[in-house]
Design a protein around this ligand. Structure first.
Ligand SMILES: [Zn+2]
Length: 161
């Protein structure tokens, strides 16, 4: 009897998946996109150099990237995770890409990650690769973008980088 009861309560956890669809889903895993960066946009993206030789994109790069990513993914609100510009004296200068960066969706229930690659110094294109599918809770009150910080504890999950 006890066991049966336990099983019942287990299966009720899946109600959200089986009943009325309360998630917005979009399959984009593995999708690629590309956007352009104009000379004017590069002028708003200064490259910051650290005494250690490390380099980063700075200035408006996140704002510019976010607005361009909307063209291929209008659903996710992204948070940038890493940002790496090839160092000037890299021995692999001919093979290494100029910039690698990453971002992930701010929503805890969504596992979309985005990878950015710029092949050449101040290249004209940014290559975008999506990992994971869009899954957004569409329940009223929870999908409010500004409430992300409050809901993150309720849906805390393990992000592997
Ligand atoms: Zn998302």
């Amino acid at each position: 009897m006890l066991q049966e009861y336990a099983m019942d309560s287990d299966s009720s956890d899946d109600d959200g998946e089986n009943g009325k669809e309360k998630y917005f889903r979009q399959n984009i895993d593995g999708a690629t996109a590309r956007f352009k960066l104009t000379k004017e946009e590069w002028e708003r993206i200064p490259i910051k150099t650290f005494p250690s030789g490390g380099r980063l994109l700075s200035g408006d790069w996140t704002r510019i990237f976010l607005s361009k990513v909307k063209e291929s993914n209008p659903w996710c609100s992204l948070r940038f995770k890493n940002n790496h510009v090839r160092s000037e004296n890299s021995r692999k200068i001919h093979s290494a890409v100029f910039f690698r960066g990453g971002a992930e969706c701010k929503r805890p229930e969504c596992n979309v990650k985005v990878r950015f690659v710029i092949r050449k110094e101040k290249g004209k294109h940014v290559d975008v690769t999506y990992v994971g599918d869009v899954c957004h809770n569409s329940q009223p009150g929870v999908n409010d973008v500004t409430s992300d910080d409050k809901t993150i504890n309720r849906f805390r999950r393990n992000y592997s980088t």
